[in-house]
Design a protein around this ligand. Structure first.
Ligand SMILES: *Cc1c(COP(=O)(O)O)cnc(C)c1O
Length: 381
């Protein structure tokens, strides 16, 4: 059986978890939590990085810190994970979905302006597959209409736009370290921001509404309940697992990029024959090989292809069902303008096995199986 995903394990994870246990500090903000945050601050040139329990919780923090409230509108693509929307629904906001570009599957920056009303408070670009959205245009609109930009960079850790790390361009950036992402801690995430004015509020929010962070730094002699808060601080054991991966990120990056390039080359004959589309990376973007997908002719071909691969023990999977067509999407959101590509393109997309431990031999099996799919066979040059 060739799985679709397996969480990465590079070597020192268990040693570091043991170290965290030996440190006798398993709660948040221990040695490894601090090491992970410092590593990201340095590598991604982000002034502030806070490790969180998930990308969902980082998005919730960003929504709260942006001051989003009941009746406000938030713009995002419909082709995304539910968390992008949930965080704002929790604040009572209305979600306004904008169509995607068919080439990158990212929000179409040229359709955002038409969706802006006097209730709009934020734009949430989602960097699908670790390929950057057109951030210059998005930041320009945000400035013109005084909107916050919250980057859902769950898939975009260690990916770049014009040399800037994804997650560091908008007001807030949200990362995921879920086991399906490039670097993992099982469940986890991070919140990034650059503006000093958010720091104190963010610390209080993450520490259940108390000023305990200040207390631990010795800046005050007792801590108290200051404001609304929640529990968004991960255990140092989880951070220990992540730190082992960040340290060895080169290994993970290289392996994923090799897999990506091998699929790219091996499946090009199918593209040249007009049978599939392959992912597109705009020249401003440096991606992180988070995902390899192809787009087949239509939903029917996709259903048959996924079944064909599964019968041969290879797990290829589809991705998001557009949020605007779901029960909660109908309740909490509306689609701005016409759905030209969101539904059509999402129905064509199939993700192929991609993970650190995937062997070349197994990847070759996936490729030759794809090339033997009825209709695709005999296309090998
Ligand atoms: C994975 C993912 C999330 C959620 O991440 P968690 O860490 O599981 O909360 C949010 N948005 C996108 C685009 C994702 O891919």
């Amino acid at each position: 059986m060739i799985d679709f995903n397996r969480p990465a394990f590079v070597g020192k994870e268990l040693d570091y978890i043991k170290e965290a246990v030996d440190n006798k500090k398993l709660c948040g903000d221990g040695v490894f939590t601090k090491k992970c945050a410092a590593w990201m601050r340095e590598h991604f040139h982000s002034k502030y990085v806070m490790l969180t329990t998930s990308c969902t919780s980082a998005l919730e923090m960003a929504a709260y810190l942006s001051g989003i409230g009941p009746g406000d509108e938030v713009i995002m693509p419909s082709y995304t994970f539910v968390s992008s929307a949930d965080a704002f629904v929790l604040r009572g906001a209305k979600i306004v979905f904008v169509d995607i570009r068919p080439d990158t599957m990212n929000i179409d920056e040229n359709k955002i302006e038409a969706a802006i009303t006097d209730k709009t408070k934020a734009i949430v670009p989602v960097h699908y597959a670790g390929v950057a959205c057109e951030m210059d245009k998005i930041m320009e609109l945000a400035e013109k209409y005084h909107l916050k930009v919250i980057e859902d960079a769950a898939q975009g850790v260690n990916a770049f736009y014009k040399g800037k790390a994804l997650g560091t361009i908008g007001d807030f950036g949200c990362y995921s370290f879920h086991e399906t992402k490039n670097y993992t801690m099982g469940e986890g995430g991070a919140l990034l921001f650059q503006d000093d004015s958010y720091l104190e509020k963010a610390e209080i929010l993450r520490e259940k509404g108390t000023n305990r962070s200040k207390f631990f730094r010795g800046q005050i002699d007792k801590y108290t309940w200051i404001d609304y808060g929640s529990s968004y601080l991960p255990s140092d054991m989880n951070a220990a697992y992540l730190y082992a991966q960040l340290e060895e990120h080169d290994k993970i990056d290289k392996k994923r990029m090799d897999i990506y390039k091998h699929y790219e080359k091996a499946l090009k004959p199918l593209k040249d024959k007009g049978l599939i589309d392959q992912p597109c990376v705009p020249k401003e973007a440096v991606h992180n090989a988070h995902m390899y997908y192809i787009k087949v002719k239509d939903l029917n071909v996709r259903t048959n292809l996924i079944r064909y691969m599964k019968e041969r023990d290879m797990m290829c999977v589809f991705h998001y069902v557009p949020l605007h067509s779901s029960p909660a999407g109908i309740k909490y959101g509306r689609f701005s303008g016409e759905d030209c590509y969101t539904t059509k393109e999402s129905e064509r997309l199939v993700r192929l096995p991609m993970y650190y431990a995937l062997t070349k031999k197994d990847q070759d099996r996936v490729i030759s199986c794809l090339l033997s799919f009825p209709g695709y066979e005999g296309q090998v040059v």
